[in-house]
Design a protein around this ligand. Structure first.
Ligand SMILES: [Zn+2]
Length: 244
């Protein structure tokens, strides 16, 4: 499984672009980074992206989705509809976001001529998308916001993506079920009511020693023994544990 990190920073930090990473050149996990610039820069045509998973509806995770849909419609009108999987209220939120950011007339044209396939999913939902099986886990992040983490499985390896979360049952279920976990680490100096901080990530690592941790959504950039820190532009080939 090939992982490319486009955005490794938290919402308000200067450590990197906001959240987005690409799996196997086709599956985009979150759309907060300026992907219409970053994907071509990585050699990925916008038409190659088949699926977008939105973990939750905060701007640093979904804010660039209208731009991606519009850019794809304009530059690659022949591309098949983008499949977008996300939490409850995804469709309403995208409609508002698209109208506000691109204008009502233009957004309505995009939605009429090149509508995405939107699927609102919830805890336990399993979706087969091409060579990947996706399973969704509800996590606790912000009040009154439906927030998801996701497990991506290929034939040989599994990757978890935390989205934004606290140290809740959902992230523990996910961490225990994957080979690799792309895990948020927003706080570095003390606990946060809505995010994981360094000591909670270290606790999670100690609870799941067979899972390899790659930290993202970084508020700062300091070493965490035993974990890798993501950075914008990082590319990794993920293999099963013990495969080197
Ligand atoms: Zn968030």
């Amino acid at each position: 499984m090939e992982l490319a990190v486009l955005g490794s920073g938290s919402a308000f930090s200067d450590t990197g672009h906001q959240a987005a990473c690409l799996v196997d050149g086709k599956l985009l996990l979150d759309c907060g980074a300026p992907v219409t610039v970053l994907l071509p820069r990585m050699g990925v045509d916008l038409a190659e992206v088949e699926t977008v998973v939105i973990s939750h509806l905060h701007g640093d995770h979904v804010g660039q989705l209208p731009t991606l849909l519009a850019a794809r419609a304009l530059a690659r009108p022949e591309a098949p509809p983008l499949v977008v999987l996300g939490p409850r209220d995804l469709a309403d939120h995208l409609q508002q976001l698209g109208e506000l950011s691109l204008g009502q007339w233009f957004w309505s044209r995009i939605m009429a001529d090149h509508p995405p396939v939107l699927r609102e999913v919830a805890d336990g939902r399993v979706e087969r998308i091409g060579a990947h099986q996706l399973e969704f886990f509800e996590v606790e992040h912000a009040q009154q916001l439906h927030c998801l983490a996701v497990r991506v499985e290929s034939q040989v390896v599994s990757l978890g993506y935390s989205g934004d979360t606290t140290l809740c049952p959902g992230i523990r279920r996910l961490a225990g079920s994957v080979d690799h976990l792309l895990c948020e680490c927003t706080g570095w100096s003390g606990p946060s009511p809505i995010h994981l901080w360094k000591e909670e990530v270290e606790l999670l690592m100690s609870e799941f020693p067979n899972t390899s941790f790659l930290l993202t959504h970084l508020g700062e950039r300091r070493p965490v023994p035993g974990a890798l820190l993501a950075f914008d532009g990082l590319r990794l080939s993920l293999r099963p544990p013990g495969a080197g």
